[in-house]
Design a binder for this molecule. Structure first.
Ligand SMILES: [Zn+2]
Ligand SMILES: [Zn+2]
Length: 644
């Protein structure tokens, strides 16, 4: 007895087909989809399923191809199952945990007696290739949770048992390909052969469930793409990113270090890094003064009372370090600067005439981060925000937001970032009760952010419901030389703290009013921004940021006196200069200066001494025609001033 099923492609008329058990792939074919090679899944009434899923009636269907972001995600996740199968075959006794898809690829965490090493990857890759060649289908089955616990216990998979014991569902789904069965919701590609282009990239330690009290697992990362060309392009990019890794360059160029003996996530800025930081800070301060900011300073600790009033102890304490006791009172090290600036505001009565107040501070804060997530300069425990708070009247808010955005683009542009991704986070209009502050306040704040973005002709994404409960915000991500996006700037309204601290100003009507408050950090944190700069420039900083702008290289000892004169001339002109008068071959000195990515190598030999000139070699290997010292100074100064 044949049943009728009513199916339709999304947006097309429906049709009836008769079938006993119509699966997704057959249904798509029945609906006229000819080429199904690149299909990995199907949407059934909006829900993504396996192509082998039996289609009920009525069903609105949509093919999911590996060329879509959802499709490639499914393919990547499926690759993690294949990797787990390969690892289990190669390393008996290994225990499997979880294997999700991530950006560009996937990982799987294993518990193995010895942690996996990069040397293991080629073997695992070949085993995966075998499994893929066999084009094994992924079979889905549903069994009771108890049965699943029994099954994984019998397989010696305690992590799966632990996961299952925490589930509340009665039924769970398993997926099996070849000899490997995993607990998974799915969906997956129909068979392993769909995975055409993958590569295992690296191994890392990872705690079970990201908790350092748990066992350390061995994580293998891989990437997977829909075709070989995309994979190759990605791997090339990875190679380039590796060369630019700020941790490696930080060591090679002696910019900073992180030392276990001192503590994870805490940065030591070495002299060369310190020079760059000083230049960044000086520039930042100058531009802030020009934009009408004033600089303030605040302490590193504050009493528990303060953090109680600010709400940090109620809502942010898991990011704060344990308090210290000073004469019986609890003090916390600051995770944010805001309450301190508010205290300055509240130190006396404020009048409408003195608003807006724009107070900036390179404020060093400390936040608890699990050791597992720390990453070079990018994720740290102690960092300096280029923070500022703006306190203003409602009628000033539009101009303030606009000038904030102006300053953002000016600063980021000066550091060589001209491409941005902008996000506007606003309230969820259907759940207004979640947010504090009235409709008028929100409308005005959101309106001012939109107007500023429009006036700067910045395209942005509007994200409804992404605003935090206390105000809307703009986030700016910069794109680096490799096209990677990095979150830097946040311009954030706050309707909460002025209430909590009962901030007021006396209006022209003689009455007390509540000021608007905006938090903003433009570079984000100096540590993170420095990490981004290093990778963006691959350590070859533009002249204005280069810790050493010029190095004088002598050919023999008889050139040293002239070398000293040149050094004095350059140093007096404010050019950061070093001398290499060592008794080494010129080629050797040049190579070393090039490795240090010093922009100007000033070479002097007999000809230069006689002609009172210099020969200049640039770090890209090209040479300038012999010029005078004055010409060189003018050139370096000019380049520096234009921040080239
Ligand atoms: Zn899965
Ligand atoms: Zn703040």
């Amino acid at each position: 007895m044949k049943e009728k099923v009513t199916i339709q492609l999304k947006g097309s008329p429906s049709m009836e087909v008769s079938s006993q058990a119509l699966n997704g792939l057959d249904a798509l074919r029945a609906l006229g989809i000819g080429n199904t090679d690149r299909l990995v899944a199907i949407k059934v009434n909006g829900e993504t399923r396996d192509l082998s899923e039996t289609i009920g009636s009525p069903a609105e269907l949509e093919p999911v191809s590996m060329d879509s972001s959802e499709g490639i995600h499914i393919l990547r996740h499926s690759a993690s199952h294949v990797m787990a199968e390969a690892v289990k075959e190669l390393f008996p006794g290994v225990k499997v945990t979880i294997g999700p898809a991530i950006k560009d690829g996937f990982y799987y965490d294993f518990d193995h007696e010895r942690p996996f090493e990069a040397e293991d990857l080629p073997e695992i890759e070949s085993k995966m290739a075998e499994i893929i060649d066999k084009d094994l289908p992924f079979f889905r089955s549903e069994i009771s949770r108890e049965e699943a616990i029994e099954f994984f216990r019998s397989q010696g998979e305690p992590y799966k048992v632990e996961l299952l014991e925490e589930l509340t569902e009665d039924m769970v789904s398993l997926y099996k390909q070849g000899n490997f069965t995993d607990l998974c919701r799915g969906p997956h590609v129909p068979s392993t052969g769909k995975i055409k282009a993958f590569h295992l990239t690296n191994v890392a330690g990872a705690y079970w469930r990201g908790d350092e009290r748990n066992r350390m697992l061995s994580r293998i990362y891989g990437v997977a793409f829909a075709d070989k060309e995309s994979l190759d392009a990605h791997l090339k990019n990875l190679e380039e990113a590796k060369k630019r890794d700020h941790r490696r360059l930080g060591r090679e160029l002696d910019l900073f270090s992180i030392q276990e003996e001192l503590g994870s996530g805490l940065i030591l800025w070495h002299p060369k890094g310190g020079t760059i930081r000083t230049i960044i800070e000086d520039f930042w301060r100058t531009e802030h003064y020009k934009a009408g900011y004033e600089i303030v300073y605040s302490p590193h600790i504050g009493k528990a009372e303060l953090w109680q009033t600010s709400g940090h102890l109620d809502f942010y304490q898991e990011n704060m370090y344990s308090p210290m006791d000073i004469e019986g009172q609890e003090f916390f090290i600051k995770p944010m600067n805001c309450p301190f600036h508010i205290m300055i505001y509240r130190s006396r009565i404020r009048s409408y005439r003195e608003l807006p107040l724009r107070w900036a501070e390179m404020g060093t804060v400390y936040r608890y981060e699990r050791s597992g997530v720390l990453h070079g300069l990018l994720r740290v425990r102690g960092f300096t925000q280029d923070d500022a708070h703006i306190f203003c009247r409602p009628d000033q808010i539009e101009d303030e937001v606009l000038s904030c955005l102006d300053l953002t683009l000016h600063l980021l542009g000066s550091f060589g970032f001209h491409e941005y991704e902008v996000l506007l986070s606003v309230r969820d209009p259907k759940r207004k009760e979640k947010y504090i502050g009235g409709d008028d306040t929100w409308d005005m704040a959101e309106g001012s952010l939109v107007k500023a973005l429009e006036r700067k002709e910045l395209s942005y994404e509007r994200e409804e419901g992404e605003a935090v409960f206390y105000g809307p915000k703009i986030d700016v991500k910069i794109k680096d030389a490799l096209g990677r996006a990095w979150q830097c700037t946040t311009i954030q309204f706050d309707f909460n703290l002025p209430e909590r601290f009962n901030m007021t100003f006396i209006g022209s009507d003689g009455l007390e009013h509540r000021p608007y408050m905006v938090h903003r950090a433009l570079l984000g944190s100096l540590e993170r921004f420095f990490g981004i700069l290093i990778e963006h420039y691959a350590g070859a900083f533009p002249v204005w940021l280069a810790p050493v702008q010029a190095i004088i290289l002598t050919i023999t000892d008889r050139h040293i006196p002239y070398g000293r004169d040149l050094y004095k001339g350059l140093a007096d002109a404010g050019i950061r200069t070093e001398c290499d008068f060592r008794n080494e071959k010129l080629g050797f000195k040049v190579r070393e200066a090039q490795t240090r990515k010093i922009p100007y190598m000033v070479v002097i030999g007999d000809k230069e001494v006689e002609g009172h000139a210099v020969t200049v070699r640039l770090r890209d290997g090209s040479n300038l025609a012999p010029i005078s010292l004055e010409e060189l100074i003018t050139r370096i100064r000019h380049e520096s001033e234009h921040r080239g």
